[in-house]
Ligand binder design. Structure first.
Ligand code: BG6
Length: 474
């Protein structure tokens, strides 16, 4: 197995899931600050006001805001070459509309990047990971309004200028293709409709959603253009959630269904961001769903000029699809599907499929032929602390199999430049808002019942991953 010498081994987190420090450093409210904690059985709720009797996990998260030095030192101990993290937009522009950025927010990320650089860790920075300033939702319904494109570009150019000597790898929007699903309204687009009853099944206006997504494409493309102007060495990437789909049966109808789902969920956003234009196959989908997007000649030019330099993606699992009724359903990262009888699932019902990762790497590379980076892949599980140790053999097993398949894909010619596993340290789960679903190589003593003193414990997987990096994947 041969990983390139400069392969970016590392880990990934998102600000709203690790930082905490809610009321510190003049930070404004983010959308994620308005989403309550939940669990496998209790759904999260979005509230317009922060309610005293409710628990909002992002407010404290795992307190990276105060522990970043210790945490990055631990990442360095594992030999990290890269750390994927995100900037909270509302730390830089608290409401999103200010003329001047918030110096305290900028300083915080300066400190974080300095710490990474001290250990030779390359920051890979996501500009928006599900946390638009809340004010922009209230005032503009997020990216529904074209003004928010300008505000986003103001924010991204501000951080590009500030960190141009410290950061080379950027990602515009986390899991942008989430916006092809109703759930993406809130987290990617900043849209919330008061007719929503269930946060997990929001009121959805498809025409509005796809028009807002168009504005996100423009915001991303303009960011890429500005970024390259500010520093031609910047590498600015897309980020797509990949839930690879298999036909459940060999019926041609199932194959066609998979093709259609794959096009809308995976390929559409990837094609616009990598190839710089809307793909032909979306036309019938738009027509069928009464979606009409105004795309001007100027928009087309921006999309063409703002193509990304590399393609990043998350990969946790695969699912099946079929036109047949009556098959068992499997849970999933954003996209639920039909169960695959050949796969085992995690405790949260996500089907584990290392071979699927190799298949996915080929599928994407064949389509785009630009460098790829896996920026999320890991196992959410319940961990037990025994005598101050966590023996997470299941996580080691998960990572081992996925890393092996990654290695094979590289040997087979895929240009994979990095792997930032999810996550180096326990975080708040995004879908369920709980700590119980732990992903980390480092345990954080914080529990959903409010107990815990936030101290960090190296899990067995910490030592495993350290050795993987030391031996460059062998
Ligand atoms: C991805 C998100 O969808 O999946 C992360 O980018 C998230 O923010 C990850 O944490 C895992 O999902 P969950 O719901 O288990 O936290």
């Amino acid at each position: 197995m041969i990983f390139p010498e400069n392969f970016l081994w590392g880990g990934a987190t998102a600000a709203n899931q690790v930082e905490g420090g809610y009321a510190e450093g003049n930070k404004g409210d983010s959308i994620s600050d308005h989403i309550t904690g939940g669990s496998r059985t209790v759904k999260r709720i979005f509230t317009k006001e922060i309610q005293k009797d409710k628990y909002y996990p992002s407010h404290t998260a795992v307190d990276f805001y105060h522990h970043y030095k210790e945490d990055i030192q631990l990442f360095a101990e594992m030999g990290f070459k890269a750390y994927r993290m995100s900037i909270t937009w509302s730390r830089i522009f608290p409401l999103g509309i200010e003329d001047e950025p918030n110096e305290e927010g900028l300083q915080f990320y300066d400190n974080v990047f300095n710490e990474c650089i001290k250990y030779g860790i390359e920051p890979v920075v996501t500009l928006m990971h599900f946390d638009m300033p809340y004010y922009l939702l209230e005032t503009y319904q997020g990216f529904t309004d074209k003004k928010v494109i300008d505000l986003f570009v103001k924010y991204t150019t501000c951080v590009f200028n500030r960190y141009k000597e410290k950061v080379k790898y950027w990602i515009t929007f986390n899991e942008i293709n989430f916006a092809t699903l109703p759930m993406g309204n809130l987290e990617v687009l900043g849209i919330y409709d008061d007719r929503t009853v269930d946060y997990c099944e929001p009121y959805d206006d498809m025409n509005k959603r796809y028009n807002a997504l168009h504005n996100v494409f423009l915001a991303s493309a303009r960011t890429v253009i500005e970024g390259h102007r500010i520093n031609p060495d910047f590498r600015i990437g897309s980020m797509i959630a990949n839930v690879t789909l298999y036909p459940r049966t060999c019926a041609p109808e199932d194959m066609l269904l998979v093709k259609d789902m794959d096009n809308v969920f995976h390929n559409f956003c990837g094609d616009v961001q990598v190839k710089g234009e809307y793909p032909y196959y979306m036309e019938p989908y738009f027509k069928e769903n009464n979606i009409s997007i105004t795309i001007t000649e100027a928009d087309k030019k921006i999309l063409k000029e703002g193509c990304v330099d590399y393609y990043t993606f998350s990969y946790y699992m695969t699912n099946c699809a079929t036109v047949e009724n009556g098959h068992e359903i499997s849970a999933g990262n954003l996209l639920a599907g039909v169960k695959n009888p050949h796969l085992q699932a995690s405790e949260w019902g996500w089907q584990v499929d290392p071979l699927g990762l190799r298949y996915t790497l080929h599928k994407i590379y064949d389509r785009y032929h630009i460098p790829l980076m896996i920026v999320e892949n890991g196992l959410g599980a319940v961990d037990q602390v025994e005598d101050g140790k966590v023996h997470d053999t299941y996580r080691i097993e998960y990572l081992t199999h996925h890393i092996k398949e990654m290695g094979k894909a590289i040997e087979e010619g895929v240009n994979l430049i990095g792997y930032t596993m999810w996550t180096p340290i326990d975080i708040v789960s995004s879908s369920t808002g709980e700590m119980a679903k732990r992903y980390g190589l480092i345990y954080v003593d914080k529990n959903d019942d409010g107990t815990g003193d936030y101290h960090r414990i190296k899990k067995d997987s910490f030592y495993f991953y350290r050795d993987v990096i030391k031996n460059n994947g062998i």
